[in-house]
Design a protein around this ligand. Structure first.
Ligand code: NAD
Length: 386
Protein backbone atom coordinates (compact mmCIF):
# COMPACT_ATOMS: atom_id res chain seq x y z
CA UNK A 1 0.00 0.00 0.00
CA UNK A 2 1.51 3.36 -1.04
CA UNK A 3 1.22 5.75 1.91
CA UNK A 4 1.13 9.46 1.09
CA UNK A 5 0.87 10.86 4.59
CA UNK A 6 0.07 10.10 8.16
CA UNK A 7 -1.59 12.71 10.40
CA UNK A 8 -2.13 12.29 14.12
CA UNK A 9 -4.69 14.26 16.12
CA UNK A 10 -6.00 14.26 19.65
CA UNK A 11 -9.55 15.28 20.51
CA UNK A 12 -9.85 15.41 24.28
CA UNK A 13 -9.37 11.82 25.45
CA UNK A 14 -9.62 10.46 21.89
CA UNK A 15 -6.62 10.05 19.58
CA UNK A 16 -7.38 9.92 15.83
CA UNK A 17 -4.85 8.83 13.21
CA UNK A 18 -5.37 9.53 9.53
CA UNK A 19 -3.58 7.52 6.87
CA UNK A 20 -3.78 8.94 3.35
CA UNK A 21 -3.01 6.21 0.85
CA UNK A 22 -3.32 5.56 -2.84
CA UNK A 23 -5.08 2.18 -2.60
CA UNK A 24 -7.77 0.85 -0.25
CA UNK A 25 -6.52 -0.72 2.98
CA UNK A 26 -7.02 -4.45 3.29
CA UNK A 27 -8.70 -5.90 6.35
CA UNK A 28 -5.38 -7.44 7.36
CA UNK A 29 -3.77 -3.98 7.22
CA UNK A 30 -6.56 -2.53 9.39
CA UNK A 31 -6.14 -5.46 11.79
CA UNK A 32 -2.36 -4.88 11.89
CA UNK A 33 -2.87 -1.16 12.69
CA UNK A 34 -5.32 -2.14 15.43
CA UNK A 35 -2.81 -4.40 17.24
CA UNK A 36 -2.14 -1.95 20.07
CA UNK A 37 -5.83 -1.31 20.71
CA UNK A 38 -6.86 -4.84 21.74
CA UNK A 39 -8.98 -7.57 20.16
CA UNK A 40 -10.14 -7.10 16.58
CA UNK A 41 -13.76 -8.17 16.07
CA UNK A 42 -14.90 -6.20 13.02
CA UNK A 43 -18.28 -5.33 11.54
CA UNK A 44 -17.99 -3.84 8.04
CA UNK A 45 -20.71 -1.24 7.51
CA UNK A 46 -21.30 0.18 4.03
CA UNK A 47 -24.09 1.39 1.77
CA UNK A 48 -25.27 0.01 -1.54
CA UNK A 49 -22.75 2.12 -3.51
CA UNK A 50 -19.74 1.43 -1.32
CA UNK A 51 -20.40 -2.30 -1.05
CA UNK A 52 -17.87 -3.12 -3.84
CA UNK A 53 -15.22 -1.15 -1.91
CA UNK A 54 -16.09 -2.92 1.36
CA UNK A 55 -15.88 -6.28 -0.44
CA UNK A 56 -12.46 -5.35 -1.79
CA UNK A 57 -11.32 -4.40 1.72
CA UNK A 58 -12.51 -7.71 3.14
CA UNK A 59 -10.46 -9.52 0.49
CA UNK A 60 -12.83 -12.46 0.68
CA UNK A 61 -12.37 -12.91 4.45
CA UNK A 62 -15.52 -14.09 6.19
CA UNK A 63 -16.50 -11.03 8.22
CA UNK A 64 -19.94 -9.72 9.18
CA UNK A 65 -21.29 -7.08 6.80
CA UNK A 66 -24.06 -4.56 7.31
CA UNK A 67 -25.36 -2.85 4.16
CA UNK A 68 -27.73 0.10 4.52
CA UNK A 69 -29.46 2.26 1.90
CA UNK A 70 -27.40 5.24 0.73
CA UNK A 71 -28.06 8.95 0.94
CA UNK A 72 -29.21 11.71 3.29
CA UNK A 73 -32.84 10.52 3.08
CA UNK A 74 -31.73 7.43 4.95
CA UNK A 75 -29.69 9.21 7.62
CA UNK A 76 -32.37 8.20 10.09
CA UNK A 77 -32.97 6.08 13.17
CA UNK A 78 -34.02 2.85 11.34
CA UNK A 79 -30.51 2.64 9.81
CA UNK A 80 -28.93 3.06 13.27
CA UNK A 81 -31.17 0.25 14.48
CA UNK A 82 -30.08 -1.95 11.57
CA UNK A 83 -26.40 -1.41 12.40
CA UNK A 84 -27.00 -2.13 16.10
CA UNK A 85 -28.98 -5.26 15.20
CA UNK A 86 -26.24 -6.56 12.86
CA UNK A 87 -23.61 -5.92 15.55
CA UNK A 88 -25.71 -7.86 18.04
CA UNK A 89 -26.33 -10.73 15.61
CA UNK A 90 -22.61 -10.88 14.81
CA UNK A 91 -22.02 -11.31 18.55
CA UNK A 92 -19.92 -8.15 18.93
CA UNK A 93 -19.12 -6.98 22.44
CA UNK A 94 -18.00 -3.55 23.57
CA UNK A 95 -14.63 -4.35 22.00
CA UNK A 96 -16.27 -4.82 18.59
CA UNK A 97 -14.74 -2.66 15.84
CA UNK A 98 -17.32 -0.97 13.59
CA UNK A 99 -15.64 -0.18 10.26
CA UNK A 100 -17.59 2.42 8.27
CA UNK A 101 -16.76 2.22 4.55
CA UNK A 102 -18.39 5.19 2.89
CA UNK A 103 -19.11 8.89 2.89
CA UNK A 104 -20.29 11.27 5.60
CA UNK A 105 -23.82 9.91 5.96
CA UNK A 106 -22.54 6.39 6.43
CA UNK A 107 -19.79 7.39 8.85
CA UNK A 108 -22.04 9.72 10.92
CA UNK A 109 -24.60 6.89 11.30
CA UNK A 110 -22.07 4.13 11.98
CA UNK A 111 -20.09 6.19 14.48
CA UNK A 112 -23.32 7.10 16.27
CA UNK A 113 -24.28 3.41 16.45
CA UNK A 114 -20.77 2.55 17.73
CA UNK A 115 -20.96 5.30 20.34
CA UNK A 116 -24.10 3.86 21.91
CA UNK A 117 -23.53 0.14 21.32
CA UNK A 118 -22.99 -1.39 24.75
CA UNK A 119 -22.13 2.15 25.93
CA UNK A 120 -19.35 2.58 23.38
CA UNK A 121 -17.77 0.15 20.89
CA UNK A 122 -14.77 0.96 18.65
CA UNK A 123 -14.93 2.88 15.40
CA UNK A 124 -12.72 3.01 12.28
CA UNK A 125 -13.48 4.84 9.02
CA UNK A 126 -12.52 4.08 5.46
CA UNK A 127 -13.49 7.36 3.93
CA UNK A 128 -14.68 7.03 0.32
CA UNK A 129 -16.29 10.36 -0.65
CA UNK A 130 -14.39 13.60 -1.17
CA UNK A 131 -16.66 15.32 1.35
CA UNK A 132 -15.79 12.84 4.00
CA UNK A 133 -12.06 12.89 3.10
CA UNK A 134 -11.80 16.65 3.59
CA UNK A 135 -14.26 17.05 6.44
CA UNK A 136 -16.78 14.53 7.78
CA UNK A 137 -14.28 11.78 8.64
CA UNK A 138 -12.41 13.89 11.20
CA UNK A 139 -13.47 15.45 14.48
CA UNK A 140 -15.91 13.04 16.06
CA UNK A 141 -19.34 14.46 15.28
CA UNK A 142 -21.79 11.60 14.79
CA UNK A 143 -25.52 11.65 14.30
CA UNK A 144 -28.67 11.24 12.32
CA UNK A 145 -31.59 13.36 11.15
CA UNK A 146 -34.71 13.34 13.30
CA UNK A 147 -38.16 14.99 12.91
CA UNK A 148 -36.93 16.36 9.56
CA UNK A 149 -34.11 18.25 11.30
CA UNK A 150 -30.56 17.54 10.22
CA UNK A 151 -28.31 15.89 12.79
CA UNK A 152 -30.79 16.56 15.59
CA UNK A 153 -29.52 13.51 17.48
CA UNK A 154 -25.83 12.78 17.83
CA UNK A 155 -22.75 12.33 19.94
CA UNK A 156 -19.06 13.25 19.89
CA UNK A 157 -17.14 10.04 19.17
CA UNK A 158 -13.98 10.32 17.01
CA UNK A 159 -12.79 7.38 14.90
CA UNK A 160 -9.53 5.87 16.15
CA UNK A 161 -8.22 5.23 12.62
CA UNK A 162 -9.27 6.97 9.43
CA UNK A 163 -8.14 5.64 6.06
CA UNK A 164 -8.35 7.97 3.10
CA UNK A 165 -7.76 5.98 -0.05
CA UNK A 166 -7.61 8.10 -3.20
CA UNK A 167 -8.42 5.05 -5.31
CA UNK A 168 -11.95 4.97 -3.92
CA UNK A 169 -12.66 8.34 -5.60
CA UNK A 170 -12.55 6.63 -9.00
CA UNK A 171 -16.13 5.44 -8.62
CA UNK A 172 -17.39 8.67 -7.01
CA UNK A 173 -20.08 10.27 -9.22
CA UNK A 174 -19.44 13.88 -10.46
CA UNK A 175 -22.26 15.24 -8.25
CA UNK A 176 -20.48 13.87 -5.18
CA UNK A 177 -17.18 15.44 -6.25
CA UNK A 178 -19.06 18.71 -6.42
CA UNK A 179 -20.57 18.15 -2.98
CA UNK A 180 -17.12 17.50 -1.46
CA UNK A 181 -15.51 20.44 -3.18
CA UNK A 182 -17.87 22.80 -1.33
CA UNK A 183 -16.56 21.66 2.06
CA UNK A 184 -13.02 22.05 0.73
CA UNK A 185 -13.79 25.62 -0.33
CA UNK A 186 -15.36 26.26 3.10
CA UNK A 187 -12.16 25.20 4.88
CA UNK A 188 -10.04 27.18 2.41
CA UNK A 189 -12.09 30.33 3.15
CA UNK A 190 -11.52 29.82 6.90
CA UNK A 191 -7.81 29.11 6.39
CA UNK A 192 -7.06 32.00 4.01
CA UNK A 193 -6.61 32.89 0.37
CA UNK A 194 -3.46 30.86 -0.37
CA UNK A 195 -5.45 27.69 0.36
CA UNK A 196 -8.28 29.04 -1.80
CA UNK A 197 -5.71 29.54 -4.61
CA UNK A 198 -4.79 25.86 -4.37
CA UNK A 199 -8.44 24.84 -4.58
CA UNK A 200 -8.77 26.99 -7.68
CA UNK A 201 -5.70 25.34 -9.24
CA UNK A 202 -7.42 22.02 -8.69
CA UNK A 203 -10.29 23.30 -10.83
CA UNK A 204 -7.90 24.41 -13.52
CA UNK A 205 -6.24 20.97 -13.47
CA UNK A 206 -9.42 18.91 -13.46
CA UNK A 207 -12.24 20.75 -15.11
CA UNK A 208 -13.05 23.07 -17.89
CA UNK A 209 -15.22 25.08 -15.53
CA UNK A 210 -17.83 22.58 -14.44
CA UNK A 211 -18.26 19.12 -13.05
CA UNK A 212 -18.61 17.41 -16.38
CA UNK A 213 -18.15 13.64 -16.37
CA UNK A 214 -14.59 14.44 -17.52
CA UNK A 215 -13.68 15.43 -13.96
CA UNK A 216 -13.44 11.89 -12.57
CA UNK A 217 -11.88 10.77 -15.87
CA UNK A 218 -9.05 13.29 -15.61
CA UNK A 219 -8.64 12.34 -11.96
CA UNK A 220 -8.29 8.66 -12.89
CA UNK A 221 -5.68 9.59 -15.49
CA UNK A 222 -3.75 11.58 -12.88
CA UNK A 223 -4.07 8.83 -10.27
CA UNK A 224 -2.63 6.34 -12.73
CA UNK A 225 0.26 8.72 -13.43
CA UNK A 226 0.69 9.45 -9.70
CA UNK A 227 -0.03 13.13 -10.39
CA UNK A 228 -2.29 13.85 -7.48
CA UNK A 229 -0.15 16.38 -5.59
CA UNK A 230 -2.64 19.26 -5.65
CA UNK A 231 -5.53 17.10 -4.47
CA UNK A 232 -3.35 15.48 -1.81
CA UNK A 233 -2.16 18.84 -0.63
CA UNK A 234 -5.74 20.15 -0.44
CA UNK A 235 -6.95 17.11 1.53
CA UNK A 236 -3.99 17.35 3.90
CA UNK A 237 -4.46 21.11 4.41
CA UNK A 238 -8.21 20.68 5.01
CA UNK A 239 -7.69 17.93 7.58
CA UNK A 240 -4.87 19.79 9.31
CA UNK A 241 -7.04 22.90 9.58
CA UNK A 242 -10.06 20.97 10.85
CA UNK A 243 -7.90 18.88 13.21
CA UNK A 244 -6.31 22.00 14.70
CA UNK A 245 -9.67 23.70 15.24
CA UNK A 246 -11.43 20.62 16.65
CA UNK A 247 -8.40 19.82 18.84
CA UNK A 248 -8.79 23.20 20.53
CA UNK A 249 -12.52 22.68 21.15
CA UNK A 250 -13.40 18.98 20.75
CA UNK A 251 -17.01 19.29 21.93
CA UNK A 252 -17.86 22.70 20.51
CA UNK A 253 -18.09 24.22 23.99
CA UNK A 254 -16.24 27.37 23.07
CA UNK A 255 -16.12 29.39 19.89
CA UNK A 256 -13.31 27.77 17.91
CA UNK A 257 -15.21 24.84 16.45
CA UNK A 258 -18.19 26.94 15.46
CA UNK A 259 -15.94 28.45 12.74
CA UNK A 260 -16.24 25.18 10.83
CA UNK A 261 -19.92 25.95 10.43
CA UNK A 262 -19.20 28.65 7.86
CA UNK A 263 -22.19 28.64 5.51
CA UNK A 264 -23.89 25.88 7.48
CA UNK A 265 -26.71 27.83 9.18
CA UNK A 266 -27.90 28.92 5.74
CA UNK A 267 -27.16 25.47 4.30
CA UNK A 268 -29.13 23.58 6.95
CA UNK A 269 -32.07 25.98 6.57
CA UNK A 270 -31.94 25.43 2.80
CA UNK A 271 -31.78 21.65 3.21
CA UNK A 272 -34.68 21.63 5.69
CA UNK A 273 -36.92 24.00 3.74
CA UNK A 274 -36.20 22.33 0.37
CA UNK A 275 -36.84 18.92 1.96
CA UNK A 276 -33.95 16.84 3.31
CA UNK A 277 -32.17 15.06 0.47
CA UNK A 278 -33.43 17.31 -2.35
CA UNK A 279 -30.27 19.41 -2.38
CA UNK A 280 -26.91 17.84 -1.53
CA UNK A 281 -25.29 18.99 1.69
CA UNK A 282 -22.23 20.24 -0.21
CA UNK A 283 -24.26 22.27 -2.68
CA UNK A 284 -26.22 23.72 0.22
CA UNK A 285 -22.93 24.66 1.91
CA UNK A 286 -21.69 26.46 -1.22
CA UNK A 287 -24.96 28.41 -1.38
CA UNK A 288 -24.66 29.14 2.34
CA UNK A 289 -21.09 30.46 1.98
CA UNK A 290 -22.35 32.98 -0.57
CA UNK A 291 -25.07 34.10 1.90
CA UNK A 292 -22.43 34.36 4.67
CA UNK A 293 -20.42 36.68 2.42
CA UNK A 294 -23.52 38.87 1.99
CA UNK A 295 -24.13 38.90 5.75
CA UNK A 296 -20.47 39.77 6.42
CA UNK A 297 -20.58 42.47 3.76
CA UNK A 298 -23.74 44.03 5.21
CA UNK A 299 -22.21 43.99 8.70
CA UNK A 300 -19.00 45.58 7.41
CA UNK A 301 -16.89 42.52 8.32
CA UNK A 302 -16.26 40.93 4.93
CA UNK A 303 -14.31 43.24 2.63
CA UNK A 304 -15.99 43.64 -0.73
CA UNK A 305 -13.04 42.20 -2.69
CA UNK A 306 -12.91 39.08 -0.49
CA UNK A 307 -16.65 38.49 -0.91
CA UNK A 308 -16.15 38.88 -4.65
CA UNK A 309 -13.12 36.52 -4.64
CA UNK A 310 -15.03 33.80 -2.75
CA UNK A 311 -18.22 34.05 -4.77
CA UNK A 312 -16.26 34.01 -8.05
CA UNK A 313 -14.59 30.81 -6.94
CA UNK A 314 -17.96 29.26 -6.02
CA UNK A 315 -19.46 30.35 -9.35
CA UNK A 316 -16.46 29.05 -11.32
CA UNK A 317 -16.83 25.70 -9.67
CA UNK A 318 -20.38 25.69 -11.01
CA UNK A 319 -22.35 26.16 -7.78
CA UNK A 320 -25.85 27.59 -7.66
CA UNK A 321 -25.42 30.67 -5.46
CA UNK A 322 -28.37 32.84 -6.44
CA UNK A 323 -31.25 33.92 -4.17
CA UNK A 324 -33.89 32.71 -3.88
CA UNK A 325 -32.55 29.20 -4.33
CA UNK A 326 -34.56 27.51 -7.12
CA UNK A 327 -35.76 24.86 -4.65
CA UNK A 328 -36.96 27.33 -2.01
CA UNK A 329 -39.89 29.47 -3.00
CA UNK A 330 -41.34 29.72 0.52
CA UNK A 331 -39.18 32.38 2.21
CA UNK A 332 -41.10 32.16 5.48
CA UNK A 333 -40.37 28.46 5.79
CA UNK A 334 -36.70 29.19 5.11
CA UNK A 335 -36.52 31.97 7.73
CA UNK A 336 -38.21 29.70 10.28
CA UNK A 337 -35.69 26.93 9.56
CA UNK A 338 -32.87 29.49 9.87
CA UNK A 339 -34.21 30.56 13.26
CA UNK A 340 -34.39 26.99 14.53
CA UNK A 341 -30.83 26.06 13.52
CA UNK A 342 -29.17 24.49 16.51
CA UNK A 343 -25.99 26.59 16.32
CA UNK A 344 -27.05 28.88 19.11
CA UNK A 345 -25.41 30.73 21.96
CA UNK A 346 -27.65 32.00 24.78
CA UNK A 347 -30.72 31.15 22.69
CA UNK A 348 -29.56 33.33 19.79
CA UNK A 349 -28.27 32.09 16.44
CA UNK A 350 -24.55 32.31 15.71
CA UNK A 351 -23.36 32.95 12.17
CA UNK A 352 -19.88 32.63 10.72
CA UNK A 353 -18.81 35.19 8.15
CA UNK A 354 -15.60 35.62 6.15
CA UNK A 355 -13.38 38.47 7.36
CA UNK A 356 -10.25 39.93 5.79
CA UNK A 357 -8.02 36.86 6.24
CA UNK A 358 -10.24 34.01 7.40
CA UNK A 359 -13.61 33.86 9.12
CA UNK A 360 -15.19 34.96 12.41
CA UNK A 361 -18.37 34.55 14.44
CA UNK A 362 -21.33 36.92 14.54
CA UNK A 363 -23.82 36.62 17.39
CA UNK A 364 -27.50 37.21 16.78
CA UNK A 365 -27.97 38.01 20.45
CA UNK A 366 -25.56 40.90 20.74
CA UNK A 367 -25.92 44.29 19.20
CA UNK A 368 -29.01 45.23 17.30
CA UNK A 369 -31.16 42.12 16.86
CA UNK A 370 -33.59 43.93 14.59
CA UNK A 371 -30.66 44.95 12.40
CA UNK A 372 -29.60 41.31 11.98
CA UNK A 373 -33.16 40.24 11.19
CA UNK A 374 -33.56 42.99 8.65
CA UNK A 375 -30.21 42.07 7.00
CA UNK A 376 -31.28 38.42 6.79
CA UNK A 377 -34.54 39.49 5.17
CA UNK A 378 -32.60 41.66 2.70
CA UNK A 379 -30.33 38.70 1.91
CA UNK A 380 -33.32 36.46 1.24
CA UNK A 381 -34.86 39.14 -0.96
CA UNK A 382 -31.64 39.22 -2.99
CA UNK A 383 -31.07 42.86 -2.06
CA UNK A 384 -27.39 42.48 -1.14
CA UNK A 385 -25.38 41.91 -4.27
CA UNK A 386 -21.75 41.98 -5.22
N1 NAD B 1 -19.35 14.47 11.12
C1 NAD B 1 -18.96 15.61 10.58
O1 NAD B 1 -18.11 16.33 11.12
C2 NAD B 1 -19.55 16.03 9.27
C3 NAD B 1 -18.98 17.10 8.56
C4 NAD B 1 -19.51 17.43 7.31
C5 NAD B 1 -20.60 16.71 6.81
N2 NAD B 1 -21.13 15.69 7.56
C6 NAD B 1 -22.27 14.93 7.05
O2 NAD B 1 -21.84 14.22 5.88
C7 NAD B 1 -22.98 13.96 5.08
C8 NAD B 1 -22.62 14.18 3.63
O3 NAD B 1 -21.49 13.38 3.32
P1 NAD B 1 -21.38 12.57 1.95
O4 NAD B 1 -21.79 13.44 0.84
O5 NAD B 1 -20.06 11.92 1.91
O6 NAD B 1 -22.53 11.49 2.19
P2 NAD B 1 -22.84 10.03 1.67
O7 NAD B 1 -22.27 9.07 2.62
O8 NAD B 1 -24.30 9.96 1.46
O9 NAD B 1 -22.11 9.89 0.27
C9 NAD B 1 -22.67 10.53 -0.86
C10 NAD B 1 -23.07 9.51 -1.95
O10 NAD B 1 -21.89 9.01 -2.56
C11 NAD B 1 -21.87 7.59 -2.51
N3 NAD B 1 -20.48 7.22 -2.40
C12 NAD B 1 -19.63 7.48 -1.40
N4 NAD B 1 -18.40 7.07 -1.74
C13 NAD B 1 -18.48 6.53 -2.96
C14 NAD B 1 -17.53 5.96 -3.85
N5 NAD B 1 -16.24 5.92 -3.56
N6 NAD B 1 -17.96 5.50 -5.04
C15 NAD B 1 -19.29 5.60 -5.39
N7 NAD B 1 -20.22 6.15 -4.61
C16 NAD B 1 -19.82 6.62 -3.41
C17 NAD B 1 -22.74 7.23 -1.32
O11 NAD B 1 -23.26 5.93 -1.45
C18 NAD B 1 -23.82 8.30 -1.42
O12 NAD B 1 -24.77 7.89 -2.40
C19 NAD B 1 -24.10 14.87 5.58
O13 NAD B 1 -25.08 14.10 6.22
C20 NAD B 1 -23.42 15.78 6.59
O14 NAD B 1 -24.26 16.15 7.64
C21 NAD B 1 -20.63 15.34 8.75
Amino acid sequence: MIIHSNLDFSFGAFPSSVLITRGLPTLSRIREDWKEEGPFNPLLVCDEHTLPLARKISGGEKVPFCVIPSGEKFKTWPQVETILKEAREAGLGRDGVFIAVGGGVLSDLTAFAASVYMRGAKIVFVSTSLLSMVDASLGGKTGFDLFGIKNLAGTFYPARHIYIALESLISLPPAEWKAGMAELIKTAVIEGDSFLDQVDSLREEYTSGDFSPGFPQSFIRDLMNSKTETLLSCITLALSCKGRIVGSDPQEKGEARVLLNLGHSFAHALESSAGLGSVSHGEAVAWGIARSCELGLALGITPWDRAERISTSLRNWGYEITVPHPLVQDKEKFMKALGSDKKKRGGQPVFVVPNQFGAQLVYGGTGDKTLLESILTQIMNGEINF
